[in-house]
Design a protein around this ligand. Structure first.
Ligand SMILES: Nc1ncnc2c1ncn2[C@@H]1O[C@H](COP(=O)(O)OP(=O)(O)OP(=O)(O)O)[C@@H](O)[C@H]1O
Ligand SMILES: [Mg+2]
Length: 482
C-alpha cells in the first residue's frame, strides 16, 4: 500500500507541474521500438491510477520523452503533453530508447499534432531490459523543428566582408537524430547533459560565482573524426529540446575560427569585437539559450605561436586576448554555453584550457562502439532495401547473449577495424558497396558483410601504404596478411 501512495503522490506532482491534468486513459496498443527490436504492449485500462498502483516501486527512473510537434499544429505544448502522458500510461508498457510507434492509431489529437515521439538516454548498464512504465518518472518535452537552415553573419557590409559565424535556430532539422547516432563506449553524452543541468541548477539557485565558479565552457579534444564537432552540435540541439520550456528561443552560433584568425590579423581584433557584440545582443534575450561553438580552437594557439615568430605579433596577441576577455565576460550570463573542440590536444592554448569546465577526451571507438556504428549503417541499408530481407541486426545495447552467425560476422569486422575513427567507419559501408558488390542494387546480408570485411582490410592497407609513402618499396601487398 505504501507503494500505491508513492505513485499517487507522483501522479499528483505531475498534475501540479502540468496545470492540473486529469488523465483520461484510453484503450490503446503501444509499440516501443528499440533499434528495430519491437515490443508490443496491449492494455485495456480505464482507471490508470488503480491499475498502475498495484505494481509500483518506490524508485522512479527518469525517462525522457521528446515529442516533435507538427509544423501545422496549433495546440499548446501543455495540451500535447497531456495527450502523450495519457497515451503512455500503460501498466505493462516498457520504455526503450528509440521512437515510439503507432501513437497515431485511434488517437486523433496525437495523429493531427504530433510528428514523432522519441525516448532517449535510458542507461542500459542499469536498466538492461528497459524501464517499465510503472517505474518511470516520465519527463515530457514538446518542440518544433526549425527547417530554415543556417544563416551567415558577416563582419560588415563591404565586399571583403568574411563570414564570422553561422547561426541556427534550434532545434534544427540538420541536427535531428545526430545525438542518437553518435556512439561512444563511455558515457560521454550523459555526463555532458548532466553538466548542462548542473550549470542551469546553479544559475537558477543563484549560487555565488565568487565562491563556486563555472565558466560555461566545454572543451572536447581528441583525434580527427571522432565526432567532436558533431557532438557539440548534437548537445546544443538536445538541450534546446530539454530546456524548451525555459528557453523557447535557442540558438547555435558556429564561429569560424579560421576566418577569424588566419586572414587579416590587423582586422581580426575588430572581427572578434563585432562578433561578440552580436553574441551579447542575442544573449540579452532572456528567453534565448545561446550555444556558441568554437571549432578547432587550436587556431588560437596558432595565432599566439605566430605572434612569437610572425610579422604581426602585437595584432595576434591582441586578438587572442580579446577573445579570452570576451569569453570571460560571457560567463556572467546565465543563458550561454560555449562549446569548443580541438584535435591537437597538446596545442591548445593553456589560457583557454584553464577556462574549460569540462575537458573531455574523445578517443577512437572501441570494438563494441565500432560494432554499433557498423550495425547502424547495415540496418540503414536494410531499411532502404539495398540489403534485401528485413533482417535487422541488434546493437550491443540489446545485450546480445546469443548472437546470430551474421551478428558474429559483423563483430569480427568490428574487431578487425581497430584504429578506425567514427568518420572512417561511416564511410566503410559505402566503400564496401562501391568496390566489392559489383554494383548490385539488391544484395543479401551475408554477402554484404563479407564485402564490409574486404572494405575494412582495404582501408587499413591504404593507411599503412600512406604512412610509408616516402618508402618506394612499400607498394607490395604485404599489409593484407591478416
Ligand atoms: N563515435 C561516433 N559515433 C558515430 N558516428 C561518429 C562517431 N564519431 C564520428 N562519427 C561520424 O563521423 C563524422 C565526422 O564527425 P566530426 O566531424 O564531428 O568529427 P571531429 O571529431 O569533429 O573531426 P575533426 O577533428 O577532424 O574535426 C560525423 O558525421 C559522425 O557521424
Ligand atoms: Mg571537428
Amino acid at each position: 500500500m505504501e507503494q500505491s501512495a508513492n505513485m499517487n503522490s507522483d501522479m499528483n506532482n505531475y498534475n501540479n507541474n502540468n496545470n492540473g491534468y486529469n488523465e483520461n486513459i484510453v484503450e490503446k496498443k503501444m509499440l516501443v521500438n528499440n533499434n528495430h527490436t519491437t515490443t508490443t504492449i496491449d492494455s485495456n485500462n480505464n482507471n490508470s491510477n488503480n491499475t498502475i498502483n498495484s505494481s509500483i516501486s518506490t524508485i522512479r527512473v527518469p525517462v525522457h520523452v521528446e515529442i516533435c510537434q507538427k509544423p501545422s499544429s496549433s495546440k499548446s505544448a501543455e495540451t500535447i503533453k497531456k495527450a502523450v502522458y495519457a497515451f503512455l500510461q500503460d501498466p505493462d508498457g516498457i520504455f526503450n530508447n528509440g521512437p515510439i510507434l503507432n501513437f497515431r492509431e485511434g488517437n486523433d489529437i496525437l495523429a493531427r499534432n504530433v510528428q514523432s515521439i522519441n525516448v532517449s538516454d535510458i542507461d542500459y548498464e542499469q536498466h538492461s531490459a528497459g524501464v517499465p512504465v510503472w517505474k518511470a518518472d516520465i519527463k515530457l518535452y514538446v518542440y518544433r523543428i526549425n527547417i530554415d537552415g543556417a544563416s551567415e553573419e558577416y563582419t560588415d557590409e563591404s565586399e571583403e566582408s568574411v563570414s564570422s559565424c553561422s547561426q541556427w535556430v534550434l532545434p534544427a532539422k540538420e541536427f535531428h537524430g545526430l545525438w542518437e547516432n553518435l556512439i561512444y563506449d563511455i558515457d560521454i553524452k550523459q555526463s555532458l547533459l548532466q553538466y548542462c543541468s548542473t550549470a542551469l541548477l546553479f544559475s537558477d539557485q543563484s549560487v555565488n560565482t565568487n565562491i563556486i565558479s563555472w565558466n560555461r565552457v566545454v572543451l572536447l579534444h581528441g583525434p580527427p573524426g571522432t565526432g567532436k564537432t558533431s557532438l557539440c552540435k548534437a548537445l546544443a540541439h538536445k538541450i534546446s529540446i530539454r530546456l524548451s520550456d525555459r528557453y523557447p528561443n535557442s540558438l547555435l552560433l558556429e564561429i569560424n575560427a579560421h576566418s577569424l584568425f588566419s586572414k587579416w590579423f590587423s582586422e581580426s581584433g575588430k572581427l572578434v569585437m563585432k562578433l561578440f557584440q552580436h553574441i551579447n545582443d542575442l544573449v540579452d534575450d532572456e528567453q534565448a539559450l545561446v550555444c556558441v561553438l568554437i571549432d578547432e580552437v587550436e587556431s588560437l594557439t596558432a595565432a599566439r605561436t605566430g605572434a612569437m615568430s610572425g610579422s604581426e605579433p602585437s595584432d595576434a596577441i591582441r586578438v587572442v586576448n580579446a577573445l579570452l576577455t570576451q569569453i570571460d565576460q560571457l560567463k556572467e550570463r546565465e543563458n550561454v554555453l560555449i562549446l569548443t573542440t580541438s584535435n591537437i590536444s597538446e596545442a591548445i592554448d593553456l589560457a583557454f584550457v584553464d577556462r574549460a569546465d569540462i575537458k573531455q577526451y574523445i578517443g577512437l571507438p572501441n570494438a563494441q562502439a565500432r560494432y554499433d556504428i557498423l550495425v547502424s549503417c547495415v540496418n540503414e541499408l536494410t531499411r532502404v532495401g539495398i540489403i534485401n530481407g528485413q533482417q535487422f541486426l541488434r546493437t550491443s545495447s540489446n545485450r546480445i547473449t546469443n548472437p546470430t552467425s551474421l551478428e558474429n560476422l559483423l563483430m569480427q569486422v568490428a574487431t578487425f577495424a581497430v584504429g578506425l575513427s567514427g568518420r572512417s567507419l561511416r564511410k566503410i559501408p559505402f566503400q564496401a558497396h562501391a568496390f566489392f558488390c559489383n554494383g548490385a542494387s539488391s544484395i543479401d546480408l551475408q554477402t554484404y558483410l563479407n564485402a564490409l570485411m574486404l572494405a575494412v582490410k582495404k582501408e587499413l592497407k591504404s593507411r599503412v601504404d600512406l604512412s610509408k609513402k616516402g618508402d618506394t618499396s612499400s607498394s607490395g601487398s604485404v599489409n593484407d596478411k591478416k
